[in-house]
Design a protein around this ligand. Structure first.
Ligand SMILES: Cc1cc2nc3c(=O)[nH]c(=O)nc-3n(C[C@H](O)[C@H](O)[C@H](O)COP(=O)(O)OP(=O)(O)OC[C@H]3O[C@@H](n4cnc5c(N)ncnc54)[C@H](O)[C@@H]3O)c2cc1C
Length: 457
């Protein structure tokens, strides 16, 4: 028997994956008795915001992930397709019908016993913790104790990430400050005019409104607590402040802070630039770069518009936008193994957004993988890992990549899928080659999983 805590996107998939392999499950969910600040319904896997499960096009990374999930028996994607509403290329659902149907399906599985209560940390293993970005305090504190306080994050303060191939390297140059260290960073040099034009647009760009619970609770008489409270909390937990707030404090504050150009020489001019935005590799293969110290709360369209004003980023393809929001997740590369087990306590697995993926579908995918791994584990076997070329393998590669960086949650995207060998210069051929490799990898993985089917009791 496996206990799965949390019947969100990851929890239902983990329970379903175990039960489908003959493993009995106890699925503990606290709602509706107790709820999180974002959930409002009694249903499992509630879509707390958008009703979109992103692209269903098989030629997109999100579509590829769905195909792999369906191959592994995903209950979320199957139910979503049954309750789809028109949404163009995106798989959008009728959120109530989806939630109700999924809850019934999962609860009526003969091997899944659902328990409606708040789970309090205990050592009854084997356990899969899938309590999500708004895990209750006792669970978060318990995880912090098991992994080390500095390995559990309470807020995302994420800078945008772009595809390496979309950076103009005739402008952005590789260098570390004062020539110390390898040329790990790419530097986007601003001249005076470019800098002030950027700052002007940055401070007036439209921002995402704050959720009341992020702001630290609702004030007496209604309304969210002031944004300053939120900023103080983010600073406290992650040492970060939104870049637009820093820019607001003085038109040169970025040139003296986040974008200070000291120790850098632009090879085109042979001089120090007026300011420089640094780009740091986001993965071992250097297919992704993040914009250093550009955490922000601008609307996504505004981020694209404003950050494309940065010299060298005029054609940047954004794979993730900056966010600052409440989110509980682990520093996966430093405390999880590829089977999503805590390295400190291998009988405990983590699934969903807690692992450091981002999004409904990615969280569900990490639930499936945790469930499969648990089922194998119960038979004393180790589940074969997905090949690196697959969407599952790419997400796991993100979770285990211990490159020096601020680990931040990631959705599935082109940059995570490995570059084809030999390298393709043409963008559409490159994408096609990535998809082909993923399909072959998935077939091979699927055969390996099926060749030694598990069934435990
Ligand atoms: C406000 C907000 C908006 C978001 N919007 C989107 C979006 O639009 N699109 C998108 O793709 N992603 C979005 N996300 C990101 C994220 O992918 C989703 O939150 C996703 O639901 C995560 O899946 P999960 O299974 O890890 O957690 P959840 O789906 O949150 O599930 C966790 C479950 O655990 C339960 N639980 C928690 N603690 C306990 C406990 N102690 N005992 C028992 N049960 C417990 C909760 O009630 C919940 O049902 C958003 C996140 C937040 C916080």
């Amino acid at each position: 028997m496996v206990t799965v805590v949390g019947a969100g996107f990851a929890g239902v998939e983990a329970a379903w994956a175990c039960a489908s392999r003959g493993v009995p499950v106890r699925l503990v969910e606290m709602r509706p008795q107790k709820t999180t600040p974002a959930h409002t319904s009694p249903w499992f896997a509630e879509l707390v915001c958008s009703n979109s499960l992103k692209s269903k096009a098989p030629t997109s990374p999100a579509g590829l992930l769905k195909i792999e999930m369906e191959g592994l028996g995903s209950v979320v994607i199957q139910t979503a397709r049954e309750h789809e509403v028109p949404g163009g290329e995106a798989l959008c659902v009728d959120r109530n019908a989806f939630g109700e149907a999924l809850t019934k399906k999962v609860s009526s599985h003969p091997l899944i016993q659902t328990v409606q209560e708040e789970w309090s940390p205990s050592d009854e293993g084997p356990l899969i913790i899938a309590t999500g970005p708004l895990s209750t305090d006792p669970v978060a504190q318990w995880l912090a104790r098991l992994t080390g306080r500095e390995r559990l994050y309470f807020y995302d303060a994420v800078s945008p990430t772009v595809e390496a191939s979309s950076i103009d390297t005739t402008i952005a140059f590789g260098a570390s400050r004062y020539g110390k260290g390898a040329d790990d960073y790419l530097n986007c040099p601003f001249d005076r005019e470019e800098y002030f034009a950027f700052v002007r647009e940055l401070v007036k760009a439209e921002r995402v409104p704050l959720h009341a619970f992020e702001a630290g609770g609702v004030r007496e008489g209604g309304g969210a607590a002031p944004v300053e409270d939120f900023i103080e909390k983010v600073k406290y937990f992650s040492g970060c402040m939104p870049i637009e707030v820093i820019a607001e404090r003085g038109e040169r504050s970025l040139a003296f802070g986040n974008f200070k150009p000291v120790g850098l020489t632009d090879p085109r001019s042979g001089r120090r630039p007026f300011a420089a935005l640094q780009l740091r590799p986001e993965n071992r293969e250097r297919t992704l770069y993040s914009l250093v110290a550009c955490q922000n709360r601008l609307r996504f369209g505004e981020q694209k518009r404003v950050f494309r004003m940065v010299p060298g980023l005029q054609n940047a393809e954004f794979v993730r936008y900056g966010v600052i929001h409440r989110n509980t997740y682990l520093d996966a590369p430093r405390c999880l193994d590829p089977w999503l087990r805590l390295t400190a306590r291998p009988e405990i697995q983590v699934a969903g957004q807690l692992t450091g993926v981002e999004g409904y579908v990615e969280s569900a995918a990490m639930g499936i993988w945790a469930g499969i791994a648990a089922a194998w584990n119960l038979q004393g076997k180790t589940a074969p890992l997905p090949p690196r070329s697959t969407a599952f393998g790419s997400l796991l590669a993100h979770l285990s990549d211990n490159t020096e960086r601020e680990f931040a949650p990631m959705n599935v995207n082109w940059g995570l899928l490995p570059e084809p060998d030999p390298r393709q210069r043409d963008k559409s051929q490159r994408k096609a080659a990535k998809l082909d490799a993923a399909r072959l990898g998935f077939e091979e993985w699927f055969r390996a999983l099926e060749s030694a089917p598990v069934s435990a009791s």
